[in-house]
Design a protein around this ligand. Structure first.
Ligand code: PHE
Length: 356
């Protein structure tokens, strides 16, 4: 074996031994670098006679090409190996089940609110929305609950900035302020229609006020059946001849439709609210099923107090009506058999997904 073959073979061995691209480049320097073996051999050519120079030069070139080929092969092999390692590390198991995007859905209380709106909508009630930050006037005073009225203590709430020191703004404790807000707008609109703009209480002719106002309400209260934020839905029907019997009919019809059961009786239990006179709590009782035999309170109600009718801008000699305020959270608990109100507001997907 001639000397050049030995150089080529030792280059091949050195390249094979290199396990990383950096090792390989170091090995390359030993043969093709500035003072590498091939470079040294080339330098030796100068000392040879002309006729030998040619054949020797050609032979060295062949050896150099062989080394370069071996180098390139090894480079490729190392790159391939690296790619394999990377591919293995990033391997995708296409047989694994895909990650599903969770399917969103309505909150159970939202489902109830939609049902309430649909049922009262079918009875000709409008749906109104009002602010959660209320003034003292709309939340209390306009509802016949003056500043020193003891009923205010039943509505311990969160006071916020704004309003006056004597009457700060607050998070509304009930949806009843919407009775006034909605009625005032309604009266304004129809007063303008009747071109009676201006003074005094309205006693002209006016389409009835028939509205529900669902929304969030707040009280300082927290246990299994009370949450500091809860929902209410106000109902108001005011006209020239709306009586307690209409309240009984409307609310009975609502409950039977909501619970999809005629097997349900209502009880109007005398109560007190400053803004209604007479007033009643509405209890329901299922005649069959797991809740049968117990009276369950679902709403407060009553005939709108003349002072409230007056604060609506209406003449109480002419206009009369009823109002109720019910608890959609409570209705949702009864409909689905949920026993802890807090579950609705914890945001636990395992609970919420059961309603989809
Ligand atoms: N606003 C009362 C409450 O929060 C309920 C109610 C509404 C009572 C309308 C009578 C009329 O308890």
């Amino acid at each position: 074996m001639n000397e050049l073959n030995v150089v080529v073979d030792s280059a091949k061995v050195a390249f094979e031994k290199a396990l990383t691209p950096a090792d390989l480049e170091n090995a390359k320097a030993l043969f093709l670098g500035k003072s590498g073996r091939i470079t040294e051999l080339m330098k030796g050519l100068a000392a040879l006679p002309v006729d030998e120079k040619k054949s020797r030069g050609a032979a060295i070139n062949l050896a150099k090409q062989a080394i370069e080929t071996a180098l390139n092969n090894r480079r490729q092999a190392l790159a391939d190996a690296e790619l394999q390692i990377q591919l293995q590390a990033e391997a995708l198991d296409v047989t694994l089940p895909g990650r599903q995007r969770g399917q969103g859905g309505l909150h159970p209380v939202s489902i109830t609110l939609e049902r309430i709106e649909a049922i009262f909508g079918s009875m000709g009630f409008e749906v109104a929305q009002g602010p959660e930050i209320e003034t003292d006037w709309f939340n209390f005073t306009a509802l016949n609950t003056p500043e020193d009225h003891p009923a205010r203590s039943m509505h311990d709430t969160f006071y916020v900035e704004g309003g006056s020191a004597a009457a700060p703004n607050l998070l509304r404790t009930h949806t009843s302020p919407m009775q006034i807000r909605h009625a005032v707008q309604h009266v304004k609109r129809h007063r303008a229609d009747a071109e009676q703009a201006g003074e005094g209480l309205f006693s002209g002719s006016m389409p009835e006020i028939r509205v529900i106002a669902p929304g969030r309400t707040y009280r300082v209260d927290s246990d299994a059946t009370h949450s500091p934020m809860f929902h209410q839905c106000e109902g108001l029907w005011v006209g020239e001849n709306i009586s307690f019997k209409d309240l009984k009919f409307v609310f009975t019809d609502f409950c039977r439709t909501f619970f999809e059961s005629d097997d349900l009786v209502l009880r109007f239990r005398p109560s007190f609210f400053p803004f209604t006179e007479p007033s009643a709590e509405i209890d329901i009782q299922f005649q069959s099923g797991p809740l049968s035999g117990r009276w369950l309170e679902v709403a407060g109600s009553g005939q709108v107090h003349p002072n409230v009718i007056r604060n609506m801008g209406l003449d109480p000699e002419k206009y009369i009506g009823f109002a109720f305020g019910m608890g959609p959270d409570r209705l949702t608990m009864l409909r689905y058999g949920v026993n802890d109100l807090r579950l609705f507001f914890d945001g636990d997907i395992r609970f919420l997904s059961q309603f989809q």
